[in-house]
Design a protein around this ligand. Structure first.
Ligand code: P1T
Length: 384
C-alpha cells in the first residue's frame, strides 16, 4: 500500500470476524485490565493496559507502517519516547549528538541522563566522516535531528548511518520535523526513529505524544520491555486522537510545504529579512542532501530580521493570525523565539556556539490560506 492508504487503513482494519462489530474507526479501549477465562491464558493477548492496549496497538501498527518499520511504541510524550531509547544505554556509554537539537532533548541528555553517568558530545556534522573525530571507544549512539530544530540543518542520514554501523554504533533519527511523509530514516539505514507525535503526526495541538519505530527484532524486544517497565505509555484516548490525525497526514504535509514555499518566497523579497533557513531553498548549504533524502521540505522555517532583539519581539507580538507559541507541525501557524522559548534551557554560550542567535525566529507554517498568513506577516513587518 502507498503512504496515504496505509495512513488511513493500517491498524484501523474493521473486525469482521464472528462477534466482531465491524467498526471502521478503532474503538477507544479504556479498560485498564483484561479478564481471562483461563488463569494462564490472556483472552486476546491483553493482560494489563500498560503492557498492551488494543487502541494503542492499532496506532503502533500504523506508525510502524508509515516509517516502513516493523515495530513501533507509543509514549506519553516525545521526551518519554526519547527516555526509553536512552534507557537502552548503560553508565559510561557515550552518545554523539548533532549540536542543533530541540532544547528539551539537550536538557534530557545533559541534565538528566548526564547525572546517571551517560556521556554526551554535541558536534556539527553532516557526513559520516565528520563524526569520526568525536567517537570514543564507548560511543553507542549517534543522535540526529534532520532537519534540526531550529536551524534546519540537514544531515546526510545514509552516510552517517553507514559509518556508525561499521563501528557497531546505533543511529537514532528524530524525524519530527520531516514527518514520515517526507522522510523515512529506516530506509536510509538508521536503526531507530523517534517522533514527537505532538507535532505533524498528531497535527491538531490537542495531544502530547511520542513514538519510536525500529525494524530490528532484538531492539524491539528491549524497547517493549522498557515501555512496560518504565510505564510512560500513551493513553487509549490520546492513541485514538493521534490515529485520527494521521488519516490526514499526507494532505496536511502537502499543504504545509506549499504554504511554506510561498512564505519563503515572500520573505526572500523583504529587505527587513536578513537570513532564511529552509531546506527547500536551493541556497540552503545542504540542499542537495535534502533533495536526496527527503521528498519535500515540510513546513518548518526560521529567519532573522535585520534588526535587534526588541524589534524582533515587537514583530512577533504584532502578529494577529499566527500565534506566538511553542510547538510546531500543527494545522495552525505557530511562531516563536527559540532563545527565550524552546531553547531557553540551553546556556547562552552553547546557543552562540551552535549559531542560534538571539534574533532568530522560528515559524511553523500551518495549513491556513497562505495569502492570509502573508498579509499577517506584512502588517507585522510594517510596524518595525
Ligand atoms: O514535546 P514532546 O512531545 O515531549 O517532544 C519533544 C521533542 C522532541 N523532538 C523534537 C525535534 C521536538 O521539536 C520536540 C518538542 N519541541 C517543541 C515543543 C518545540 O516547540 O520545538
Amino acid at each position: 500500500m502507498k503512504f496515504a492508504t496505509k495512513a488511513i487503513h493500517t491498524g484501523n482494519e474493521p473486525n469482521l470476524k464472528e462477534g466482531g462489530s465491524g467498526d471502521v474507526v478503532v474503538p477507544i479501549h479504556l479498560s485498564t485490565t483484561f479478564a481471562r477465562a483461563k488463569v494462564d491464558r490472556p483472552t486476546a493477548g491483553y493482560e494489563y493496559s500498560r503492557s498492551g492496549n488494543p487502541t494503542r496497538e492499532a496506532l503502533e501498527k500504523n506508525l510502524a507502517a508509515l516509517e516502513n518499520g516493523k515495530y513501533a511504541f507509543a509514549f506519553s510524550s516525545g521526551l518519554a519516547a526519547m527516555t526509553n531509547i536512552l534507557l537502552l544505554l548503560k553508565q559510561g556509554d557515550h552518545l554523539l549528538s548533532i549540536d542543533d537539537v530541540y532544547g528539551g532533548s539537550r536538557r534530557l541528555f545533559t541534565k538528566v541522563f548526564g547525572d546517571f553517568g551517560l556521556e554526551f558530545t554535541f558536534a556539527d556534522f553532516c557526513q559520516g566522516k565528520e563524526i569520526l573525530p568525536h567517537l570514543t571507544k564507548n560511543t553507542k549512539v549517534i543522535w540526529i535531528e534532520s532537519p534540526t530544530n531550529p536551524l534546519l540543518k540537514i544531515i546526510d542520514i545514509a552516510s552517517v548511518a553507514e559509518t556508525a554501523r561499521a563501528k557497531g554504533i546505533l543511529t537514532v533519527v528524530d524525524n519530527t520535523f520531516a514527518s514520515p511523509y517526507f522522510q523515512k530514516p529506516l530506509d536510509l539505514g538508521a536503526d531507530i526513529v523517534i517522533h514527537s507525535m505532538t507535532k505533524y503526526i498528531g497535527g491538531h495541538s490537542d495531544c502530547v505524544a511520542g513514538g519510536v519505530v525500529v525494524r530490528d527484532e532484538q531492539l524491539s524486544v528491549r524497547l517493549k520491555f522498557l515501555q512496560n517497565a518504565v510505564g510512560a505509555i500513551l493513553s487509549p484516548f490520546d492513541s485514538y486522537q493521534i490515529l485520527k490525525g494521521i488519516k490526514t497526514l499526507s494532505l496536511r504535509m502537502k499543504r504545509h510545504e506549499e504554504n511554506a514555499l510561498k512564505i519563503v518566497d515572500f520573505l526572500s523579497r523583504q529587505p527587513k529579512v536578513k537570513k532564511i533557513y529552509y531546506p527547500g531553498l536551493s541556497t540552503h548549504p545542504n540542499y542537495d542532501i535534502a533533495k536526496k533524502q527527503m521528498t519535500g521540505a515540510s513546513g518548518m522555517l526560521s529567519f532573522e530580521l535585520d534588526t535587534d532583539l526588541a524589534l524582533s519581539v515587537k514583530f512577533l507580538e504584532s502578529l494577529k493570525i499566527i500565534a506566538v507559541a511553542e510547538s510546531l507541525g500543527v494545522v495552525e501557524s505557530l511562531i516563536e523565539h527559540p532563545a527565550s522559548m524552546t531553547h531557553a534551557s540551553i546556556p547562552a554560550e552553547d546557543r552562540a556556539k551552535i549559531g542560534l542567535s538571539d534574533t532568530l525566529i522560528r515559524l511553523s507554517v500551518g495549513i491556513e490560506d497562505a495569502d492570509d498568513l502573508i498579509a499577517d506577516i506584512t502588517q507585522a513587518l510594517e510596524g518595525i
